[in-house]
Write a protein that binds this ligand. Structure first.
Ligand SMILES: Cc1cc2nc3c(=O)[nH]c(=O)nc-3n(C[C@H](O)[C@H](O)[C@H](O)COP(=O)(O)OP(=O)(O)OC[C@H]3O[C@@H](n4cnc5c(N)ncnc54)[C@H](O)[C@@H]3O)c2cc1C
Length: 499
């Protein structure tokens, strides 16, 4: 059979996944990546003997029972990799010292919430009942939604009806709105802290609780870059080629057909099919000059909210933080201004559950705040002010943590501050977004984005900018789905292999 060539822009999880499935299906693929390593947002970096993990807190499909686990196996990402299932997803500490623990086990969560707020038993039971229903179902991942026939749709409806009913009811209400149903003022304040995002739908929170309960959203030991590297290895083992430090500047088009890419260094590389797994905005408006777009796609970029970019502060601390949970969110008595934004709480991730991240007896702590892209873009023009702001934020975070963990200030050995500009520079993501389109009432299924552009042949989009809600699993699935669609158009059976 003729071996078609595919060029993929971007070696994030979506690009690597598209490459792996392309190789499995007999295509000759090569990936062009602007950075010097794989993974894109799914990455980690080293400072002074500490490893700062910039991504995975939880990985859907981590447990062997989950549908998604099969995809991770096909991509060689989970074999031999221990997963850590935290007993607590996170805990929220209120102003008066009250603590709301989001236990991974739904029964335990229900019991704990009832102890905190016996008067809210009915609301709590309604919430945990819905989460238990979700935990009985797993999202189908085998087939790209575009390839669903009428029978698939009916079968899905019959098989997943109770789940779909829960989703359609709970997607209409945000976590903030739902929290007002609690009579207990602490739970009213604490529940929205769990999602931490405006307009985050309850359906999303239920899914998180369900995945945690099923032990299907664990943390992969070794962290994000190691995880990405395992998929890079799988791709290379399958015969793929990756070129690093080569930004794609343009998708070359002849008679409305993509014919390859032109790199920033001016070299041209031709292919039968081109996939962009790089940032969506840059692909559509820069690499393709905005020529292949319609009102719907423009509307996404004009109207849909995105996951806000982050200020990400990491500290290497000579302290073990024994018996501390993985994530604690603290409410502040007085709001503080960080990076031009008022913050009334902050969360700290305590990375001592992964011994590969720090030397024995030491721990990486991470504190993240949502940030204002325009503020950082402006500051970036002035390197001195930019640097000073980063230092001042690190000072601020150390002093906030010192209040919770006395003595910490003297134990800090490493400070690292990443800003929206860090993500923009290293991954090219639009406005430094951490995860693409925000999951919201508007963007939950059946809402779906097209993986092709109007009027452009032989071209596909993959990754978080065509999978609202983003995340590492949707990125991987997106690469797989695109290859399924390509195989279907080429009248080839889609095959997968597990190493
Ligand atoms: C702090 C943080 C925490 C997160 N936590 C989680 C979590 O716990 N669980 C989870 O599932 N998800 C998490 N995410 C989200 C997840 O990392 C992303 O949704 C996912 O990795 C996106 O993958 P992608 O391949 O679609 O895009 P990207 O990772 O953005 O990959 C795009 C790739 O394209 C490259 N590129 C861009 N432009 C060009 C160009 N012009 N030429 C060549 N290459 C180019 C980039 O360098 C990059 O490698 C987190 C993200 C962040 C930032």
């Amino acid at each position: 059979m003729e071996q078609k060539s595919i060029i993929i822009a971007g070696a994030g999880i979506a690009g690597l996944s598209a490459g792996c499935y392309g190789q499995m299906n007999g295509y000759r693929t090569q990936i062009f990546e602007r950075h010097d390593k794989p993974g894109g947002l799914c990455t980690s970096w080293k400072r002074k003997g500490y490893t700062i993990d910039g991504c995975l807190h939880w990985l859907v499909g981590s447990g062997p029972g989950a549908n998604f686990h099969r995809i991770w196996e096909e991509l060689g990402a989970v074999q031999g990799r221990p997963m850590i299932d935290h007993e607590e997803f996170l805990r929220v500490e209120g102003k008066g010292g009250k603590v709301f623990i989001v236990y991974s086990d739904i029964d335990r969560l229900e019991q704990h919430m009832k102890e905190l707020a016996p008067q809210d038993a009915q609301v709590i039971e309604e919430l945990t009942r819905a989460a238990r229903t979700c935990a009985k179902y797993d999202l189908p991942v085998d087939k790209a939604p575009e390839l669903y026939g009428a029978l698939d749709g009916t079968w899905l409806l019959i098989r997943m009806l109770p789940f779909l009913k829960v989703m359609s009811r709970w997607k209409k209400i945000s976590v903030q709105e739902y929290a007002t149903r609690f009579g207990d003022p602490f739970l009213r304040e604490a529940l929205p802290r769990v999602s931490g995002l405006p307009d985050f739908p309850m359906a999303g929170l239920l899914m998180i609780l369900a995945w945690m309960d099923r032990k299907s959203a664990g943390y992969p030991l070794g962290g994000s870059l190691e995880f990405s590297r395992s998929i890079e290895r799988r791709y290379l083992d399958l015969g793929g080629t990756i070129h690093y430090r080569v930004p794609v500047a343009q998708v070359m088009v002849e008679r409305d057909k993509a014919v390859g890419v032109r790199l920033a260094d001016g070299t041209e590389h031709r292919s039968d099919i081109t996939i962009s797994a790089a940032d969506g905005h840059a692909t559509i408006f820069d690499m393709l000059g905005g020529r292949y777009i319609n009102r719907r796609i423009r509307g996404y970029y004009d109207n849909l909210p995105i996951f806000p970019p982050l200020i990400h502060v990491a500290l290497g601390v000579h302290r073990s933080f024994e018996k501390m949970p993985a994530t604690v969110i603290y409410s502040l008595d007085e709001p503080v201004t960080i990076g031009g934004r008022e913050q009334d709480h902050f969360g700290v991730e305590i990375g001592n559950f992964d011994p590969t991240l720090a030397p024995p007896g030491k721990t990486v702590l991470k504190v993240m705040f949502t940030a204002d892209y325009a503020y950082w873009k402006n500051l970036w023009q002035d390197p001195e002010r930019y640097q000073a702001e980063k230092e001042s934020i690190a000072d601020h975070v150390v002093s906030l943590l010192e209040q919770r963990y006395p003595g910490l200030a003297g134990q800090v050995e490493m400070r690292d501050v990443a800003t929206p500009m860090t993500w923009e520079r290293y991954t090219g993501n639009w406005q430094g977004s951490m995860e693409g389109w925000l999951i919201s009432k508007k963007t939950l299924p059946p809402f779906r984005m097209s993986r092709t552009l109007p009027g452009l042949q032989s071209f596909y989009l993959a990754g978080q900018w065509v999978e609202p809600g983003g995340g590492v699993p949707p990125a991987a699935m997106s690469g797989r789905n695109v290859m399924q669609i390509i195989c279907k158009r080429d009248h080839r059976p889609f095959v997968t292999k597990t190493p």
